[in-house]
Design a protein around this ligand. Structure first.
Ligand code: CO
Length: 209
């Protein structure tokens, strides 16, 4: 990669935007009001805005290895708090992807140094769904299912937070679990039954009455 080309491409992009709307950047500098928070994987193949056909200003984005929402991670928890409480997003998306290296690494018995505690969160997902996952014979199918179940569990982690519980009650914020299939380029809605999960989760994690 020639890094200088990035600056050339940036200049071309600015020119292109200004040719459509001369006030594009001055308007953008006034502030943001995205309606969606997107939590996805850092994988270079899984872009956020581009695969959804969205533009700058449309979505507040957080990406990390394997689209995790660990309860004690100050980074993702700050993003959720800011997006929900201050930006008042109406939709929260956790988007996983098939062929996720992070999920694959978590399924292997290897010491990965500082990645161990991060990936252990995925092993916890496996343990929670061990019966279902162990019943899947095909390795690729099992690995894909773990990607989906990881998205589901990270959505539950989102719902566990006080700020999201409050926003669900006050303005009907919705949580969505999606998977991006790199092989087809398609975005898949896992259609997770959040009402049912919410009932189960809230019974245990409810933070007020
Ligand atoms: Co990934």
């Amino acid at each position: 990669m020639n890094v200088q080309e990035v600056f050339d491409k940036n200049r071309a992009w600015v020119k292109d935007k200004l040719s459509i709307d001369g006030d594009y950047f001055s308007n953008m500098s006034k502030g943001q009001s995205p309606e969606m928070l997107y939590v996805g994987c850092s994988d270079s193949r899984v872009t956020a805005e581009e695969l959804m056909g969205l533009a700058p200003g449309d979505v507040f984005v957080h990406r990390n290895i394997a689209n995790m929402v660990p309860n004690a991670d100050l980074n993702v928890m700050s993003v959720v708090e800011y997006a929900v409480h201050h930006l008042k997003v109406n939709h929260i998306v956790v988007c996983g992807h098939y062929y996720c290296g992070g999920v694959k690494a978590a399924m292997q018995a290897q010491d990965l140094g500082i990645l161990n505690p991060w990936l252990r969160n995925i092993r916890d997902v496996y343990r929670l769904h061990k019966t279902e996952l162990n019943s899947i014979q095909d390795e690729e199918a099992k690995y894909k299912r773990l990607v989906e179940l990881n998205v589901q569990e990270q959505c539950i982690n989102v719902i566990k937070t006080a700020v999201v519980q409050k926003a669900i009650q006050e303005r009907g914020v919705t949580v969505h679990g999606w998977v991006f299939d790199i092989h087809s380029g398609k975005l898949i809605d896992l259609k997770i039954d959040f009402n049912k999960i919410l009932e189960d989760v809230m019974e245990i994690y409810r933070l007020d009455h």
